[in-house]
Design a protein around this ligand. Sequence first.
Ligand SMILES: *Cc1c(COP(=O)(O)O)cnc(C)c1O
Length: 413
Amino acid sequence: MSQLTSHIEQVAIEDLVKTYGTPLYVYSKASITEAFKRYQDAFGARKHLICYAVKANSNLSVIRLLADLGAGFDIVSRGELLRVLKAGGDPTKVIFSGVGKTREDLRFALETGIHCFNVESEAELYRLNEEAGKLGLMAPISFRVNPDVDAKTHPYISTGLRENKFGIPYDQAVRLYEAAHQLPHIAIKGIDCHIGSQLTELSPYCDAVDRMLKLIDALKEKGIELEHFDMGGGLGIDYQGETLITPQTLVDMIYEKLGDRDLMMTMEPGRSIVGDSGYLLTEVILTKENEGKHFAVVDAAMNDLIRPALYESWMRIETTQASDAPVHNYDIVGPVCETGDFLGKNRDLALSAGDILVVKQAGAYGFVMSSNYNTRGRAAEILIDQDQAYLIRERERLEDLFANEKVVSFDER
Ligand SMILES: *Cc1c(COP(=O)(O)O)cnc(C)c1O
């Protein structure tokens, strides 16, 4: 039988649903804080920078909470930089990753004065040098190097293999650093890699560190000294009983390999900071049986949470209270017109219409990947602090979904 989840911190889910409706994303402040502190504790007194990967959950209040805890931020768009500024984050702790930064993106980040650009191609390097030149600035850079290691995760979230689009090829790194060294508006700061997401084994990280340290040493021999070494993000969370690597294990492994090299360690964790903190609450609209197969049709759909459809992710789904209804083996599906629209399959649950289901570990890559497909408004978001619930994003109103559209009339042509 499945577990029950009736409260988030000290707030009853029943009350949240009554006040804010469903579908509803709810995050726990204590859980985010604890997850961030695990990284801080792992580094201890050692010089470091933890740049939370904003794309995992970019709500302004989540950014603000992490900024208050001392986080820097890893961003992948100009929009995310604007969010960090709006939330009161420190731009001098921002790292800008991404394979497709436009000239406008580069200019905005240069003018803002961010900590570092993670350059992902030769073309980007020359563009950045040009744009910095026009502004009379120096662009701080590290290259995102593709260490060509297998992260042993789902192919869609594996990013460190030769065939992935991310980063510069390993065997071109020395040549590109030498080229960068000659450019008048580029300041070399560090080196970066990010090999994938939802990693549950240490060995890919070990391989990546070994490969990166070899590069760092080769660069030093050429007279190029780096200030920081960024190992990216990627630590997995427990969706389905996975054995996990802790930040402490990862950080200890890195420092052991670093030896006496004097580098500031940087990390870009996303999922492992916010994933566990989040819950998606949804109401059962009705149950139905087709040819012996039981379905629970709920009011959250793939437009609210696309992870099951996109990555074949399994996520815990629990009820909020015991029920006398018969237990069936349900597929939990949404109202969207796609067969891929499901939150979970083959779940033994006792359900009736009107019951609330809780999808757990929904704090990362949940709301941020939601869409308006089927003209469905996106869910509201709530942040819980002990016994208090704060509305941190209003539910979208249906009229707003087409407010930017125009009806073209061809009558008078
Ligand atoms: C997505 C991403 C991260 C965060 O990955 P998680 O698996 O959520 O920790 C870090 N760095 C870069 C460059 C990313 O694209």
